[in-house]
Ligand binder design. Structure first.
Ligand code: HEC
Ligand code: HEC
Length: 189
């Protein structure tokens, strides 16, 4: 009995150590993911409410989008003034003039409210991003593909116009997501 217990403990501990190591690596990857997600270039769009945000050093104070811009239920301003009036579709070309409306090769629109990150903690964003009911039905591979392909994400890491870029790159974020996924998508707390 005693021997069996010792044997069980010996067998269990390396596995436990490995699990802890992988959880720690996953949490470390998560913290880098959260640093990008909560950056103003991403969080200004990932809002729960009806108004995009203007925040980050290039905006001075944090405030809702100026000029009475509301996204509406459509999330694209269809009920008011469509985002594309100013954020026109643009195949290529740098957004190099400060304070111009950013323009990318996609239809500028807010994400659905359940994908909100603005003002949220790393742990809250982690719960959102790891839940397919809240993330557009994505597994971790689909999340990684999204960040590599999305024109919005690519803009956020390389915004131009004197705006501070989100830390990292689409490729790095995709790799971090895959590491986090391999560790079982651990969340802080
Ligand atoms: C009347 C023109 C206009 C309309 C309409 C408009 N925007 Fe903007 N938007 C701007 C301008 C100009 C800026 C940049 C302001 C600056 O840098 O000082 C901006 C900036 C932003 C930013 C901040 C980007 C960053 O620097 O992080 C977001 C997010 C945004 N707009 C979302 C939207 C959404 C979503 C809609 C539609 C619901 C919309 N905008 C409609 C003109 C507009
Ligand atoms: C112009 C607004 C806009 C900006 C800026 C933006 N996103 Fe998004 N994001 C969206 C929209 C819209 C969706 C929903 C698309 C879908 O589900 O197909 C989305 C969805 C996502 C998703 C997948 C679903 C989820 O749970 O969030 C990820 C991951 C993501 N964005 C990452 C980023 C990152 C990282 C940045 C900054 C580097 C960023 N986004 C900047 C509009 C934006």
């Amino acid at each position: 009995m005693r021997r069996a217990l010792i044997l069980a403990a010996l067998l269990a501990s390396p596995a436990l150590a490995q699990e802890t190591a992988s959880r720690e690596a996953g949490l470390a990857a998560w913290e880098s993911i959260a640093a990008a997600a909560s950056h103003p270039r991403c969080a200004n769009c990932h809002v729960e409410g009806d108004q995009p945000m203007w925040s980050g050093p290039s905006y001075g104070t944090t405030r809702p989008h100026g000029m009475n811009v509301y996204a509406g239920e459509s999330r694209i301003g269809a009920e008011y003034l469509s985002c594309g009036t100013c954020h026109a579709y643009r195949e290529e070309g740098a957004n190099d003039a400060p304070h111009m409306a950013p323009q990318v090769a996609d239809t500028w629109i807010l994400p659905p409210p359940e994908m909100a990150w603005f003002g949220r903690s790393s742990a809250e964003i982690c719960v959102q991003l790891s839940n397919p009911d809240l993330n557009g039905g994505r597994d971790v591979e689909a999340l990684a593909e999204h960040v590599q392909e999305s024109a919005f994400v690519n803009w956020g890491f390389n915004p131009g116009g004197g705006r501070e870029p989100a830390p990292g790159s689409p490729e790095e974020m995709a790799e971090l997501l895959r590491q986090w996924g391999a560790a079982g998508m651990p969340c802080p707390g």
